[in-house]
Design a protein around this ligand. Structure first.
Ligand code: TEU
Length: 543
């Protein structure tokens, strides 16, 4: 039995990502809010997840959907109040759900009090030293201080009225903090305590590898993979999390640190997870792994091998608010990582039936693997990417900073469909404003209400699989053993006679184990496991 109350709950938890703008709207403005989430906590408990991770809920001008934070100690008024957040934490805990919030330490918003002060003060002032302000190049400082490019496209520098430039690795509304400055470090340690004191169980740390920069701010060639890198995965960054870990461990019920760590490989990732640093990090390698038996096996083995020496639990992620939804990705010819992040955002031929069949199988695979698993809101409903978001509704800076060349991430952030009745498919109450991103007309079939009653739905599959996982002693963190099987088929056992079999080959195959079928992602064909289908089997001889 997976006990949600154990001290190391995060090693095996199923963690549900709530994107607050798009989960549920209670006040009818077409934007999700905390009251909407509170009203649907029962849905999450019934789904069977152990924890919720909230994307940013802080006051923000929403230049990057809340990842541009104006005040780290409050709640955006469109979402609610700090008092409501505290109620939400208490109510979630009462239902046995842990609470993880997003913290964004690499950058803030241009509306943050520190940045406003920096703009008001002179070059060289203490407020400017909290960020990366520099004079420009060229004859009269008209050129950016270096050649760094924003991750959202275009130069990573913006010029202010007095002629200086400030660094922003993302949108121009997201100035990067100067983590060499002890004032920044102290401030964030205080923010970390602020939320832990309010009962938050863990932090998801945004852009965790990027906080520290080479103060020389020299030009560099990204293709040359410089070592050390000027702004990513630098040695000094670990000190930040060692200090946060000491804070997390100082609580009677220790708090958890989960990194969004984008680095070259799993071995670099594992350095963030070594003792005294972060507890856990997202497995983006797995998210981007092509739908192919050999590639998946290699990725799983590499994950386990890199995590074992630092005694970290693995995590398994299929989707999040930054990537094309996996039902759509898996319905395409190329399912790999670059594709997930970029090209896939462009309309490409997609077979949604195929994508859905694979997504069902993939969910069962992740839930059977050792470690923790993340579920991005809407994946339990089998939502596809919304590819025809009208340009006028788009909000993602990726779209604007690439002049539309990259349509951005809005298509995976469309508000959830709850029911056929009610405004915005039940996302909002009656008579509400239109949802902040329009939902496709055909989404009635995806509503939670319709799926609840359907034993063949994606929602039923997630509920059943999560309940089985919680009851199965060998699942969650712990050992797994590969079984020999045919090409294109993956099979592994977990303790207690549990076997997971996934057929990625074109033809139906015999199940390698005789036994009771606990769950299958699709109907078997005369006892054989069809292509793109996964089954959980309890072997007759429980070893
Ligand atoms: O993402 C970090 C990041 O590097 C992303 O830009 C990622 O490469 C991209 O979204 C893939 O499409 C985090 C957040 O998850 C993202 O939503 C924010 O926009 C970003 O940080 C800036 O805070």
């Amino acid at each position: 039995m997976l006990d949600n109350d154990t001290r190391d709950w995060w090693r095996h938890a199923a963690i549900y990502q709530v994107y607050p703008r798009s989960f549920a709207d209670n006040d009818g403005d077409g934007v999700g809010d905390l009251a909407g989430i509170r009203a649907r906590l029962g849905y999450l408990r019934d789904l069977g997840v152990n924890a919720i991770w909230f994307s940013p809920w802080y006051p923000s001008p929403m230049a990057d959907a809340g990842y541009d934070v104006a005040d780290y100690r409050d709640i955006d008024p469109s979402f609610g109040t700090l008092a409501e957040a505290e109620q939400l934490i208490t109510e979630a805990h009462a239902l046995g759900l842990r609470m993880i919030i997003d913290i964004v330490p690499n950058h803030c918003s241009i509306e943050h009090a520190w940045f406003r002060q920096a703009l008001a003060d002179r070059p060289g002032s203490a407020a400017r030293e909290l960020f990366w302000f520099r004079p420009g190049g060229g004859e009269s400082g008209e050129l950016p201080p270096n050649d760094w490019q924003s991750i959202f496209g275009g130069p990573a520098w913006t010029r202010v009225a007095d002629g200086e430039w400030y660094l922003h690795m993302f949108a121009s509304g997201q100035p990067d903090f100067n983590w060499d400055n002890p004032v920044v470090r102290d401030e964030f340690e205080d923010i970390v305590r602020f939320w832990f004191d309010r009962g938050v169980d863990g932090l998801r740390i945004d852009c965790a590898a990027m906080c520290t920069k080479d103060p020389d701010l020299a030009d560099f060639d990204p293709a040359a993979t410089p070592d050390p890198h000027p702004y990513s995965d630098r040695e000094e960054v670990h000190e930040i999390y060692q200090r946060w870990r000491a804070i997390a461990d100082s609580y009677e019920r220790p708090r958890v640190l989960i990194g969004e760590v984008m680095v070259a490989d799993n071995y670099r990732l594992a350095r963030y997870l070594s003792p005294g640093r972060l507890h856990s990090a997202f497995n983006f390698d797995f998210l981007g792994c092509p739908w192919d038996a050999k590639a998946l096996r290699r990725c799983i083995d590499d994950t386990l091998a890199s995590h074992a020496p630092v005694d970290a639990a693995s995590t398994w992620v299929l989707s999040n608010h930054d990537v094309t939804r996996h039902v759509t990705r898996y319905g395409r010819a190329d399912t790999g990582f670059e594709h997930a992040l970029r090209q896939a955002r462009h309309q490409l031929p997609t077979d949604l039936d195929l994508g859905t069949r694979r997504a069902r199988a993939a969910a069962m695979l992740t839930l059977a693997l050792p470690g923790a698993v993340y579920v991005y809101q809407g994946e339990e409903l089998g939502l596809p990417e919304v590819e025809d978001v009208p340009d006028a509704s788009r909000q993602d800076p990726f779209f604007f900073r690439t002049a539309g060349a990259d349509p951005g991430r809005d298509g995976c952030r469309v508000p959830l469909p709850w029911s056929a009745s009610g405004a915005n498919f039940g996302f909002s109450p009656d008579d509400a404003a239109p949802a902040w991103l329009p939902q496709p007309a055909g989404w009635a079939d995806y509503t939670a209400e319709r799926q609840e009653a359907d034993p063949a739905s994606m929602l039923t599959l997630y509920r059943t699989a999560l309940a089985l996982r919680a009851a199965e002693p060998g699942l969650g963190d712990g050992p797994m053993t590969w079984q020999d099987c045919a090409d294109g088929v993956l099979a592994f056992t977990r303790p207690g006679g549990f076997t997971c079999v996934l057929n990625l080959s074109a033809d139906a195959v015999e199940l390698p184990e005789a036994g009771e079928i606990l769950l299958a992602s699709g109907p078997l064909q005369g006892g054989r496991l069809p292509s793109d289908t996964c089954a959980w089997v309890r072997s007759a001889s429980k070893e």
